[in-house]
Write a protein that binds this ligand. Structure first.
Ligand code: DSN
Length: 417
């Protein structure tokens, strides 16, 4: 357990017990949801601090409340560290999430009914890139590009041709489940050719970009958005990077346009997490995240399970189960792995025929296990355990053996010492 929560245990045992249960769950299971990670105790201390008590509407030096001197210090630290990490001219660290960050950019640049072009959710895109159940799909006219069904890679010639035809106001790049690097330069050039803004959403790869392990879109996009709790371990939240040209519009779109008081305790967490990412060992962490994902690709490929696009360039892989396990849905696989302490999520795959609640694939990520200190040997074992379970989803003996190994790995690589 990371802390005693002594006050909480006394005043609200029900919540204290739920938090203790979650601490145990994280320690005793292998967290392989690609968008999750474990922050440091320092980040948690900042987030669980008196910073939660303070209103600080406005921006550093221009607040609508008195007593904001320490808010200004922390927000400026978060901004300055993010500028250094990403080489951006202007940073807004107030978005409550990656989706709020995207909303801020849309509100800063588009009118209702304007046209956006983005990666299809079934091909790895995100709800906030124009899906019909999200405000972005309801306020704007949306055209989506996808991956080549044969290769699993984005076909940039096709994107260029579709953009020329659709004439969007904005091209959105970035993804939740596309395992390959984006060609930001090409996407920026396509946007320029059709006179569109380029918004690059790096939510999943914020840490990889900060570490230089994935190419940066900062020089090829008008706006870069991201969340701060995935491959970068700065606590739950969002951010926007942009140029001086768009700084004022972005800031106004976030506050007062779309949000009220900033979550200053989360901004304190962002400042601490960005500071940690500036340390030299963060590059090593990011490199190990990618190396671990490639190790998993090798294990799954050897076992005849196909990763979409044949592999990965980053922290995640998307397993297409249709050929290797035609009777096992993504939902079945998620449940079978959950039973043995391996947490993943079901995910649609390109050419999906099942519903998003069922799916034909699972998405697997390495950021959290890498934070626990796992390297190639442990990752090979984890991959083999997943294969064993997927091949025998109804065998209780296999389930017990896999669970035992999961327990051993969790004990060997604790999250919080
Ligand atoms: N829900 C996140 C993910 O899992 O990819 C993105 O917002």
């Amino acid at each position: 357990m990371t802390s005693s929560h002594s006050h909480l245990a006394e005043t609200d045992p029900a919540v204290a017990e739920a938090i203790a249960g979650e601490e145990r769950r994280q320690e005793e299971n292998l967290e392989m949801i690609a968008s999750e990670n474990h922050v440091s105790e320092a980040v948690m201390e900042a987030q669980g601090s008196v910073m939660t008590n303070k209103y600080a509407e406005g921006y550093p030096g221009e607040r609508y409340y008195g007593g904001c001197q320490h808010m200004d210090t922390v927000e400026n630290l978060a901004i300055d560290r993010a500028k250094e990490l990403f080489g951006a001219d202007h940073v807004n660290v107030q978005p409550h999430s990656g989706t709020q960050a995207n909303m801020g950019v849309y509100f800063a640049t588009l009118e209702p009914g304007d046209k956006i072009m983005s990666l299809d959710l079934n091909h790895g895109g995100h709800l906030s890139h124009g899906h019909h159940v999200n405000f972005s799909g309801q306020f704007y006219e949306v055209e989506q590009y996808g991956v080549d069904p044969e290769t699993g890679y984005i076909d940039y010639d096709e994107v260029a041709a579709r953009a020329a035809e659709f004439d969007p106001h904005m091209i959105v790049s970035g993804s939740s489940a596309y395992p390959r690097e984006f060609d930001w330069e090409r996407l920026g050039a396509i946007a320029d050719d059709v006179g569109a803004y380029h918004l690059s959403d790096i939510a999943h790869i914020t840490g990889l970009v900060a570490a230089g392990v994935h190419a940066s879109p900062v020089d090829h996009a008008d706006f870069v958005t991201g969340s701060t709790h995935k491959t970068i371990r700065a606590g739950r939240g969002g951010m926007i990077l942009t140029t001086e040209e768009h700084a004022d519009a972005v800031d106004k779109a976030i506050f007062p346009g779309g949000q009220g008081g900033p979550l200053m305790h989360n901004i304190a967490g962002k400042a601490v997490g960005f500071g940690e990412a500036l340390e030299p060992d963060f590059v090593d962490y990011a490199e190990r995240v990618v190396a671990n994902a490639k190790t998993l690709v090798d294990v799954f490929t050897d076992a005849g399970i196909q990763p979409v696009s044949g592999g990965t360039d980053k922290h995640l892989l998307l397993l297409d189960l249709r050929e290797s396990h035609p009777d096992l849905t993504g939902e079945d696989a998620e449940d079978a792995l959950d039973d043995v302490g391996v947490t993943v999520n079901k995910n649609t795959v390109p050419g999906e025929t099942r519903s998003p609640f069922v799916t034909s694939g699972i998405r697997i990520g390495t950021p959290a296990l890498t934070t626990r200190g796992m390297g190639p040997d442990a990752m090979t074992t984890v991959g083999e355990l997943i294969v064993e379970r997927l091949n025998n989803p109804d065998d209780p003996d296999v389930a017990s053996e896999v669970r035992e190994e999961v327990d051993r790995l969790c004990a060997e690589f604790p999250v919080y010492e």
